[in-house]
Design a protein around this ligand. Structure first.
Ligand code: ATP
Ligand code: MG
Length: 137
């Protein structure tokens, strides 16, 4: 069993497709271990995406991620990290496979509906970033 951190980004929450995304998560067989609705400050978004701080899109990305509420989830399944990234599809919705969340619900390479951890070490950091010191359900 593996746990990954998923975020339903501000674009998807604002467009009222969070429920659709949660349904896809449940139908794919993930167990939801923890879930919160939270509005990130700019500083919190910068801390979360610190690995990208040298990228040209860092300012725009952290402004976007703090523009409205997000739904943050800890998802558990066998190979949860890869399984969730496959369900999301490629970063750029235009390049994502048909039927993936980003292809169906994302609108640009930045406003791409969801986030997923990319490796066990980042998943551990990211789950701890949002769910520190609490028992996961
Ligand atoms: P995430 O980490 O959000 O799951 P990812 O791992 O597919 O996405 P990363 O390379 O980690 O992609 O980029 C983090 C986020 O930064 C992307 O999801 C997207 O919102 C934004 N982003 C990535 N590349 C660009 C770009 N070229 N221009 C604008 N925003 C971008
Ligand atoms: Mg990433």
């Amino acid at each position: 069993m593996e746990t990954t951190l998923a975020i339903i980004k501000p674009d998807a929450v604002a467009r009222r497709v969070a429920g659709q995304i949660l349904q896809r998560i449940e139908e794919a067989g993930f167990q939801i271990r923890a879930m919160r609705l939270v509005r990130l400050t700019r500083a919190e978004a910068e801390g979360f995406y610190a690995v990208h701080r040298a990228r040209p899109f860092f300012g725009s990305l952290t402004t976007f991620m703090s523009e409205g509420p997000v739904v943050v989830l800890a998802l558990q399944a066998p190979d949860a990290i890869g399984k969730w990234r496959a369900l999301m599809g490629a970063t750029d919705p235009a390049k994502a496979e048909p039927g993936t969340i980003r292809r169906d619900l994302g609108t640009s390479i930045e406003r791409n509906a969801t986030h997923g951890s990319d490796a066990p070490a980042t998943a551990a950091f990211e789950v701890g970033y949002f769910f520190p010191g609490i028992e996961l359900a």
